[in-house]
Ligand binder design. Sequence first.
Ligand code: ASP
Length: 337
Amino acid sequence: MQKINVQLDSSKAQGTDAPNLVVILGTGGTIAGTAESASDNVGYRAAQLGVDQLLAAIPALSPYQLEAEQLAQLDSKDMDFPTWQKLALRVQAHLARPEVAGLVITHGTDTLEETAYFLQRVLAPRKPVVLTAAMRPATALQKDGPQNLLDAVRVALDSEARGVLLAFAGQVHGAEQVRKVHSYKVDAFASVDGNRLAWIEEGHVRWLSQARLMSEPMGTELLASLDCEAWPKVDIIMNHVGATGSIVRALLVQGVDGLVVAGTGNGSLSTELESALREAQAKGVAVLRSTRCDAGPVTSSADALPSAGTLSPVKARVELLLNLLQQKLAIQVGRKQ
Ligand code: ASP
């Protein structure tokens, strides 16, 4: 793992006992992407520049004490379990350092909300872990990455910030509620079914709401207990006009541990899809019912398949994955006793 010390005039940030070091973990994404032409906002390659290059391009970061580490270099459409495992362990190790005030993670926008939710559930950190990203590459005429990265550092140093957050387009969102809601606009994220937590105004973080769901951390022992290849296989399927049970049955043949279904409306399912899911459940597959709607919960009822509550299908998948990992771990521990 490449580790880079970026000490951009740290002297200005000293003289206080409060932790003031921000660790920046680079994972790639469009924020580190480059295009051949400055006018090209879509025909670029993500994950080309190192995190040290991203930081060096922002003179306004010079008053801050920063340490940078290139943890991965990928387009987040290819985010994977080994990178998640490494990321959670590195974040945990840095958070344990008394001099660290918080962390910033540069990430692609495509799967950012999944990584954010994963880190929140595993670590539930008391210090801030601030993800940030960009919709335009680093070569764009009007790039959004540098401002987002600068804002993320400021959020990481804010005394009221805690937990896994996203600093993006002048707003701060929580891991539980944030979703990518636009494929192209620079302002691409929103807090669904809740408020954004803060906005960032000329470097000042203005908190709007501190009502956060602070779950208990699941802990990283969970992640280290099994090789990533042995992590549970959880897939997402969707209800739609004419949905049958054929995909569920094909997955049962292949082998699957959990299924999240993105139902219609309040988690409704076609009769055929529902009966295939009940067959899967009877064979020991864990099933969670979410909605393909952009917002809103799926209400629970005793005679329906289990509800994912307010979780989107992708976050319900992370939740189910972690729950199944916990069950596997409990079985392993039980066998050893
Ligand atoms: N495909 C890119 C990624 O997720 C998109 C982005 O970063 O905006 O890495």
